[in-house]
Design a protein around this ligand. Structure first.
Ligand SMILES: [Zn+2]
Length: 203
């Protein structure tokens, strides 16, 4: 294998990243080529071991180095609110924006007729169990402003309605703020803050 092939393989790897075209992939590869060997080894090992020490949080579905995850294990977080997100990417966006101090619940599924997806019984049970364990009094449904996000919201709302009526559970949805068809993943801090602050109470 010649040196050129190694660079070509590296470019091909970077090319697989979302939003990274050929040109960017080449720039990343040449950036690495200019780094110290210790940097490359540290980075390579981090990637190689990425999945070795990761756990799915049994409470919220987040992925981190521990179970429960640092968010669920943090005594300073507000345990009375659960923010329901579709994916770990969305959770990470909220965390990075630093605009929310409650707990999360990663649904790990959504309603999408086009992809023939329903919310599985397992998804629903895991959410209800999490609500039961935390005794959360408020659920913020932070599904994305798209058809799938809407359908997922309405499905969850139906599931939560008995608890809203019987226990006074508060349910709301993010106000968008976020452009329709956009996504939480790519929203900036201000947009997420606004979406959260002006969330709309469900009935
Ligand atoms: Zn967790």
């Amino acid at each position: 294998m010649t040196g050129r092939d190694s660079i070509g393989r590296l470019v091909a790897f970077f090319n697989k990243f979302p939003g990274i075209g050929n040109k960017s992939a080449r720039r990343m590869a040449f950036f690495l080529l200019r780094q110290e060997e210790s940097f490359l080894r540290a980075m390579g090992n981090t990637i190689a071991e990425l999945k070795d020490h990761l756990f799915t949080c049994g409470e919220c579905g987040n992925i981190s180095d521990s179970d429960p995850c640092p968010i669920c294990g943090d005594p300073l977080r507000d345990r009375s609110v659960l923010c329901v997100v579709e994916s770990i990417d969305d959770l990470a966006s909220f965390e990075q924006a630093g605009v929310y101090n409650g707990l999360y619940h990663v649904l790990g599924g959504r309603v999408s007729p086009l992809e023939d997806q329903e919310l599985s019984e397992e998804c629903v049970e895991s959410l209800l169990r999490h609500m039961e364990n935390t005794k959360a009094g408020e659920i913020i449904i932070a599904t994305n402003p798209r058809m799938e996000g809407d359908l997922t919201y309405y499905t969850l709302l139906e599931i939560l309605k008995p608890q809203m009526a019987e226990k006074g559970l508060k349910v709301s949805r993010l106000a968008f703020g976020l452009p329709v068809g956009g996504s939480i993943e790519f929203a900036d801090r201000m947009t997420l803050h606004t979406a959260l602050e002006s969330r709309i109470a469900s009935r």
